[in-house]
Design a protein around this ligand. Structure first.
Ligand code: FAD
Length: 442
């Protein structure tokens, strides 16, 4: 059969490769409207911050390597502009020659990703403004910094990309302001946990402007904020979230869900059984609640790619839904979360209890022990874990992943006490922080 793939980064390139592993015969063609495929978006902040110094290390593959190693044809600078579902034909524009042509399919995979959202504000463009989504954006920011040696910037949005960029811009010597509309950064964590981040950002020299939104830019380059404050910086970075790219799907009559993503089933099929969709552009469902959920992160894109490929190859595996597990480095702290937050539980009027614990990441007498703060929300009747958040120094990542495992395996919160965790002074304590969470939840 002939399989066409739209989008050549996380979701598209991974699905194409997975299909090839399972099916050596089919023709696979992948279309990417930009110049590059298979790059590590997640590494881009660290390249701008000079932590990653080799630009080439961000690229996992090239069109040539896809052809040679996987027998997948890649057409970069080719944009798919129409899906004709009744005749199963795509219209494609070659962006180099402007030529239009058609390609038929038996199965189609959509992995078009998302747009970085830019608010429509008066005066946009008066000072250099950037978003960070792809390699072109990254190169553009890097080039601007090299050519203009700015000394300050404002980041609009205190989510993952906003805070990662705050750290990386600080790292290269910029004076950084973060403008955040709500009363806390990182909305997926509870307010008390966000406090640790607020303090830490300030300790690292970031000017954090909470409850504050950018209203416009004056002709003298002054930023006008909703609080009445005024600010002068050399450039702006918008990191206020992403909008799923659904134009093509919508035009083709595919169902768009209430979260704004393309609706998919547990095999990543859209409402057209010959068209699959994965990644930032889609809506799936919540692991606990089965309600619609959209998580524009890399783990979902990769898992969904496997599920779609297995179904296309005739070996179906079903998707189990998403918890929205996430992690980020914010200077010397790590912040991680999974499942439902206090706000989400309250909004749904669910009964829950919370267990909190904080302590040193490993034996206090061994150098380098750092504080770790843990909050776990659970069902008071049976201890089922609804969600957890961890902020701290060392060892946040392993502990959030243990909780994800517990949720996935249905281990109730009090049973965390019984997990025989690994111990030696540089790593943990004879009773790990998560064991204590289990004892406290009894
Ligand atoms: P993308 O990777 O965006 O790929 C979509 C591709 O489709 C694009 O290249 C686009 O040009 C192409 N395309 C769209 N429409 C068409 C068309 N009509 N024709 C042809 N081509 C088309 N996630 C994490 O889990 N952890 C992280 O630490 C993390 N850090 C990130 C940091 C940054 C700066 C960014 C931008 C993202 C980060 N993410 C992170 C998110 C992660 O990168 C995305 O979730 C993931 O890339 C989504 O994959 P995707 O295939 O859906 O979309």
């Amino acid at each position: 059969q002939k399989i066409l793939v739209i989008g050549g980064v996380a979701g598209g390139a991974t699905t194409a490769s997975q299909i090839r592993k399972l099916d050596k015969e089919s023709t696979i063609i992948m279309f990417e409207k930009d110049e590059y495929i298979s790059f590590g978006n997640c590494g881009m902040p660290y390249y701008i911050g000079d932590i990653i110094t080799e630009r080439d290390s961000l690229f996992a593959a090239t069109p040539q390597s896809f052809k040679e190693k996987k027998n997948i044809e890649v057409r970069t600078r080719h944009e798919v502009i129409d899906i004709n579902r009744p005749s199963k034909i795509l219209t494609i524009k070659n962006l180099q020659t402007e030529e239009l042509y058609e390609e038929s399919y038996d199965k189609l995979l959509l992995a078009p990703g998302a747009y970085p959202f830019v608010p429509d504000l008066p005066g946009i463009g008066i000072i250099p403004s950037f978003t960070l989504r792809n390699i072109e954006d990254m190169d553009y920011i890097k080039q601007y910094i090299n050519e203009h040696t700015p000394s300050s910037c404002a980041i609009v949005g205190g989510g993952f990309i906003g805070l990662e960029m705050a750290e990386n811009f600080t790292q290269i010597g910029l004076d950084v302001h973060v403008i955040e509309r709500s009363e806390q950064v990182m909305k997926m964590i509870d307010p008390s946990m966000a406090e640790h981040l607020h303090e830490h950002l300030k300790e690292n020299g970031v000017h954090l402007l909470l409850n504050s939104s950018l209203e416009g830019i004056e002709s003298d380059r002054t930023l006008k904020l909703s609080t009445g404050e005024q600010l002068k910086v050399d450039f702006l970075l918008f990191a206020v979230g992403v909008k799923p790219k659904v134009d093509l799907a919508e035009k083709a009559g595919l169902t768009i869900g209430e979260t704004g993503g393309i609706v998919t089933n547990e095999f990543m099929q859209t409402n057209d059984p010959n068209i699959y969709a994965v990644g930032d552009a889609i809506q799936t469902f919540h692991f606990h609640l089965q309600t619609p959920k959209r998580v524009p992160l890399a783990w979902p894109a990769h898992r969904q790619s496997y599920i779609a490929a297995k179904h296309i190859a005739g070996e179906p595996v079903s998707f189990k839904g998403l918890l929205g597990t996430s992690i980020a480095k914010v200077f010397h702290l790590t912040v991680a979360a999974t499942g439902l937050s206090e706000k989400a539980l309250n909004q749904m009027e669910m009964e829950y209890k919370t267990v909190e614990h904080s302590g040193k990441s490993h034996a206090g007498y061994y150098p380098g022990a750092e504080y770790v703060y843990i909050r776990v929300h659970f069902n008071p009747l049976d201890g089922k874990i609804y969600g957890a958040q961890i902020v701290g120094g060392d060892g946040v990542d392993k502990r959030i992943d243990v909780i994800v495992t517990a949720i996935y395996g249905g281990i109730p919160v009090h049973e965390l006490q019984a997990l025989e965790t690994s111990y030696s002074p540089p790593y943990s304590s004879p009773k790990d922080l998560l064991n204590i969470v289990g004892y406290k939840a009894e």
